[in-house]
Ligand binder design. Structure first.
Ligand code: NAD
Ligand code: TYD
Length: 354
């Protein structure tokens, strides 16, 4: 018997797909409707194993489509909004889809939830909304938002819209802000799957700048558990930070991947830095821990599981890397050009990056 029907948006993406699988596995009494536009980052192949489950339904569509959203929202008693444009580097090339999906799309979902009196709305957000953190500091939920790139600005705007709907309309909406997730089914433009798959192909790992920026890595199963707990025990109107507590400079992450794969460190190639690259993100997740959550995976365990998955599932990522991704890769990395001077400083030659 279904006790909860969850409308998951963006469930064909990395975290959304892992959450769809997690929800069906851990809650036999839940049904899931997955609304996904299947942008370049959405992949139906990530959910082949649940396609036959009678509790699962896929709807191909856009969260900006008010009529479609209005037809689906009354069928659910819970909304979990993962759908987003998510890659910082792409937001530096063109911010418009980020504003459309992340800000306007979220407001369409909020409006429908209000009209149809949806009992619970969980919005998925990011540590990036707080901006970069100085050494030793970790952001609390009450801290000001200081997003510094277009992706982060669009996510912060969506968070503000969620909280505005709670304040003005008492919509039962919560937000969870997470650190960088790692795990299976992540599109290989993001640092960890890019580094792993490049290493598997004996290609250079393009580390921005000196690789000294720090990110905090959270295994996606631990993230799913936190989201589940927020749905069951969280308070409407509340924001919850979720940290992996695995802060590492990027170059160390690249080295750890190479170590696990038994590949040489000479594959690490320092390339021109990302514009406005945030030095460090860090979250204080004591509020989430007070609900009874803590991450189960160390940095090493999270990376090892992730590396093993990519090693064992080339049929998932190879077709992606050979498709449109190849054009993106050239656009993003080939322009990090080698002049002779740069080559002397160890910056990659575009040929090495092909
Ligand atoms: P992803 O890029 O892997 O997947 C995004 C999914 O959303 C794709 O399936 C895509 O097709 C879908 N989508 C995009 N625009 C849509 C639209 N207009 N309508 C319907 N579907 C649409 O993203 P992810 O890494 O799984 O991130 C999921 C959420 O978690 C995002 O909101 C992101 O901001 C947030 N988040 C991600 C991380 C991380 O490390 N990946 C960390 C913190 C927060
Ligand atoms: P990314 O996975 O894009 O996530 P985010 O920017 O949301 O944190 O990048 C993680 C870190 O890795 C970030 O500091 C940028 C860096 N990075 C590289 O050094 N090289 C790359 O090719 C990419 C994509 C990212």
């Amino acid at each position: 018997m279904t006790t909860r029907t969850v409308l998951i948006t963006g469930g064909a993406g990395f975290i959304g797909g892992n959450f769809v699988r997690y929800a069906l596995r851990t809650h036999p009494d839940w049904s899931v409707i997955n609304l996904d536009k299947l942008t370049y980052a959405g992949n139906p192949a990530s959910l082949r194993d649940v396609e036959g489950d009678p509790r699962y339904r896929f709807v191909h569509g856009d969260i900006c489509d008010t009529a479609l959203v209005d037809s689906l929202v009354p069928q659910a008693d819970t909304i979990v909004n993962f759908a987003a444009e998510t890659h910082v580097d792409r937001s530096l090339q063109d911010e418009s889809p980020f504003v459309l999906t992340n800000v306007y799309g979220t407001s369409v979902l909020l409006g429908a939830a209000l009209r149809h009196k949806t009992p619970l709305f969980l919005h998925i957000s990011t540590d990036e909304v707080y901006g970069e953190m100085p050494p030793g500091a970790s952001a609390r939920e009450t801290d000001p938002l200081r997003p510094r790139n277009p992706y982060a600005a669009s996510k912060a705007s969506a968070d503000l819209m969620c909280m505005a709907f709670h304040t003005t309309h008492q919509l039962p909406v919560m937000a969870v802000r997470m650190t960088n997730n790692v795990g299976p089914y992540q599109y290989p433009e993001k640092a960890v799957p890019l580094f792993i798959t490049n290493a598997l192909e004996d290609k250079p790992l393009p580390v921005y700048g000196q690789g000294l920026q720090i990110r905090d890595w959270l295994y996606v199963e631990d993230a799913c558990e936190a989201l589940d707990l927020a749905l069951r025990r969280g308070a409407p109107g509340q924001i919850y930070n979720v940290a992996g507590s695995n802060e590492r400079p990027n170059v160390e992450t690249a080295r750890a991947i190479l170590r696990i794969l038994g590949k040489p460190e000479s594959l690490i190639t320092f390339v021109e830095d990302r514009k406005g690259h945030d030095q460090r993100y860090s979250l204080d997740s004591s509020r989430m821990r007070d609900l009874g959550w803590q991450p189960a995976h160390s940095f090493e365990a999270a990376l090892e599981k992730t590396v093993r998955w990519y090693r064992e599932n080339p049929q998932w990522w190879r077709p992606i890397k050979q498709g449109d991704f190849a054009q993106y890769y050239t656009r993003q990395y080939a322009r990090r050009l080698p002049t002779k001077q740069r080559a002397r400083r160890g910056i990659a030659s575009p040929r090495r990056l092909q």
